[in-house]
Design a binder for this molecule. Structure first.
Ligand SMILES: Cc1cc2nc3c(=O)[nH]c(=O)nc-3n(C[C@H](O)[C@H](O)[C@H](O)COP(=O)(O)O)c2cc1C
Length: 185
C-alpha cells in the first residue's frame, strides 16, 4: 500500500476480532512510530501496554462507570455492555507525556506525541491492525488514572484500543480543503 492510500484508507476501529496481538509486535511498531520530529528533542512520552488481568480490571471500571446512577436491570445492562465493549479489545496502549512548565514546550510536545500515535495507526493499518484513540470521560476519573499508573507531572494523552478489525466503518466526510488553502505569492 502506498503512503497516500494508507493515509486515506485508515479508519478508527472500535470492534475487534477475537485474535491476540503480540506485545512484542506492538513494541516494535512503537519503536518505529517514535521517529517523529520533536522540537528540542525532549521526547517526553511514555507508554503502557495493557492486556490480561489488568484489561479485565479496566473493563470492570468501564462497567462501573457506565452503570453509575442507574438501578436494577438498567444498571446490570449498562455494566455488561460497557464491560463487553472494553473486554473485546485485544490490547490497550496508554500514552503519557511529561509536561513542561512552559506552555509552548507543552504544546509542541503534545504535537510530537500525537504524531507518534498517528504513525502507529498507519504502521498498524499496513499490517492489518486497527486502533482508535480515546479520551472519553472514563479517562478523566481517578480509578482509571490509578489503574493505568499516571505519574505526577504527566499528561494523559490517550487510550489506544488495538487489534484486528472486525468491522471497518465508512470513511467520514472531510471538508473540501481547497477552500482552506490560500496561496500568498
Ligand atoms: C485526540 C483525539 C481523541 C479522540 N477521542 C475519541 C473518543 O474519546 N471516542 C471516540 O469514539 N473517538 C475518539 N477519537 C477518534 C475520532 O472520533 C476519529 O478519529 C474521527 O471520528 C475520524 O474517524 P477516522 O479516524 O476513522 O477517520 C479521538 C481522536 C483524537 C485525535
Amino acid at each position: 500500500m502506498n503512503i497516500e492510500q494508507l493515509i486515506k484508507e485508515r479508519r478508527s476501529i472500535s470492534l475487534f476480532e477475537d485474535k491476540p496481538v503480540a506485545v512484542e509486535e506492538i513494541k516494535a511498531m512503537l519503536k518505529t512510530a517514535a521517529f517523529v520530529p520533536n522540537h528540542k528533542m525532549t521526547q517526553p512520552w511514555r507508554f503502557t501496554i495493557i492486556t490480561g488481568e489488568t484489561k479485565s480490571q479496566l473493563a470492570e471500571l468501564a462497567g462501573t462507570f457506565m452503570a453509575k446512577g442507574k438501578t436494577g436491570e438498567d444498571k446490570t445492562r449498562a455494566y455488561q455492555k460497557a464491560y463487553e465493549t472494553f473486554d473485546q479489545v485485544p490490547v490497550y496502549l496508554m500514552v503519557f507525556m511529561g509536561e513542561s512548565h512552559l506552555l509552548k514546550r507543552r504544546e509542541e510536545d503534545y504535537a510530537s506525541t500525537s504524531l507518534i500515535i498517528h504513525n502507529l495507526s498507519l504502521i498498524g493499518w499496513e499490517r492489518g491492525l486497527g486502533l482508535i484513540w480515546k479520551t472519553g470521560p472514563l479517562t478523566e476519573t481517578e480509578p482509571f488514572r490509578d489503574l493505568i499508573g499516571i505519574k505526577p507531572g504527566e499528561k494523559f494523552v490517550g487510550m489506544l484500543q488495538m487489534g484486528y478489525p472486525k468491522k471497518v466503518p465508512k470513511t467520514l466526510p472531510r471538508i473540501d480543503l481547497e477552500a482552506r488553502i490560500d496561496h500568498l505569492n
